[in-house]
Design a protein around this ligand. Structure first.
Ligand SMILES: O=C([O-])C(=O)C[C@H](O)[C@@H](O)C(=O)[O-]
Ligand SMILES: [Mg+2]
Length: 422
């Protein structure tokens, strides 16, 4: 009754605005994979994961071993993933997806299937994924307004698609885009992607946000773009302003150096990216808050395990994102709804995306939160016409792995994407 009869992995591409970060700029298309796991009676479970070439080939390899496996047997899935994935290295900027070794590859590939297995388990048992994770501790999951500096349009793209956000390069632009996003989604906390301009200039934007939205918790994330010295010099300007400071400097040692002088919590999705990072990060006191992300921490159950580890060590827990669509958003929502100590509004890139792959189109937000559905599984169904369209985009877009550095080199041939920048 619950044995897998087929697994389909479909690479897709969707429009992505020219968002700026420390590595460079987003390309015109973001890549993802949609994973469909079907059982004998035709019911299917869904998942969404990374869409770079290396991940796709690892997903396909694992998929070819899954027919006949019982979807309740996650331990068997784990053994199959461990036995099948290879570990080639890949250099492509700061996207936290592509693993460079077995320790990061196994959780990433396992997670891609685990979510589809849980979706199916939910459909079979007629329970939501959140129920399978222990049940709701909240009815709706709050997300933050995730702001980026950005160009007005992709200067080197083949077509004339333009996103709805305009150019965002100054503190005034940042406040305007925050207002636009908050009006549309109702977010009640704000994250600014930094590491793009001189830190003093970015802190002007932070201060402008503080004045425009005095009630809203604020974070800035330069993705390791600042040296520990620069960060320490800037700390007084951020005191009393930030909810947390995310990855100002790169690596556990640099973060620990900042930590010794910082009064606000330090958060990371860069120097603690797997359970194996904990002993050193704890010993060095590098961080106070971990950003979870089920896509590379090993799935939704592993995210709950991460929550317990954080609780054990007195660390806070938040949630990281990358460019994604609604299947990922709902998986994130079910996980966050089931974790009591996930106390920060989660990150999401969702407002930056126009397209969808699920029936009903874009997921709606109420006051910045996504309601946790009670429907079986994740509570979303695949829109097969949309899937076909996005799969065609992938075939035609010519991008096979994200490379923000290479894209920025089109604008500035001397660009290296090396950190720290400031
Ligand atoms: O919090 C983060 O570090 C991210 O969201 C990483 C992403 O790759 C982000 O920097 C982006 O999309 O440019
Ligand atoms: Mg980050």
């Amino acid at each position: 009754m619950s044995c897998i009869s087929s697994v389909v992995v479909t690479p897709i591409a969707f429009r992505d605005p020219p968002l700026l970060n420390v590595s460079g700029v987003h390309e015109p298309w973001a890549l993802r994979s949609i994973i469909e796991v079907t059982i004998e009676d035709g019911r299917y479970g869904l998942s969404e994961s990374y869409g770079d070439e290396q991940t796709l080939s690892q997903l396909q390899t694992v998929a070819s071993h899954l027919v006949g496996v019982d979807v309740f047997h996650l331990n068997e899935l784990k053994s199959i993933v461990e036995a099948s994935v290879s570990h080639k290295s890949q250099e492509n900027g700061i996207e936290l997806a592509p693993g460079t070794n077995q320790a990061t590859t196994v959780p990433r590939i396992f997670a891609a299937f685990e979510v589809a297995f849980l979706d199916l388990m939910g459909k079979i048992t007629e329970r939501s994924v959140c129920d399978l994770l222990g049940g709701k501790v909240r009815d709706a999951v709050p997300y933050s307004a995730y702001l980026f500096y950005k160009y007005g349009h992709h200067q080197f793209s083949q077509d004339d698609w333009v996103d709805a956000w305009g150019e965002v390069l100054t503190p005034e632009d940042i406040v305007r885009s925050a207002r636009q996003m908050i009006d549309q989604y109702g977010f009640q906390s704000i994250k600014l992607k930094g590491g793009v301009f001189e830190p003093e200039q970015e802190l002007l934007a932070v201060r402008a946000l503080r004045e425009a939205f005095p009630e809203y918790p604020l974070r800035i994330d330069p993705n390791g773009g600042w040296t520990p010295e620069t960060t320490r010099r800037l700390l007084p300007q951020m005191e009393g302003v930030l909810q947390y400071l995310e990855d100002p400097a790169s690596g556990k040692d640099s973060m620990a150096e900042v930590h010794r002088s910082a009064t606000m919590p330090l958060a990371t999705n860069m120097c603690v990216i797997g359970f194996f990072d904990f002993p050193e990060a704890i010993a060095k006191q590098s961080v106070d808050v971990i950003l979870s992300d089920h896509h590379y921490w090993g799935g939704l159950q592993a995210t709950r395990e991460l929550a317990r580890v954080c609780e054990t060590w007195g660390l806070g827990l938040s949630m990281h994102s990358n460019s994604h669509l609604g299947i990922s958003l709902m998986a994130m929502t079910h996980a966050a709804a089931a974790i009591d100590n996930l106390t920060y509004a989660c990150d999401t890139h969702y407002p930056w995306q126009e397209e969808e792959v699920i029936v009903g189109g874009k997921v709606s937000f109420e006051e910045g939160s996504v309601r946790v559905p009670d429907a079986p599984g994740l509570g979303v169904e695949l829109d097969r016409d949309a899937l076909q369209k996005l799969a065609r985009n992938f075939q035609e877009c010519g991008i096979r792995s994200r490379n923000d550095v290479k894209e920025m080199q089109k604008y500035d041939p001397s660009w290296t994407g090396k950190v720290p920048r400031f």
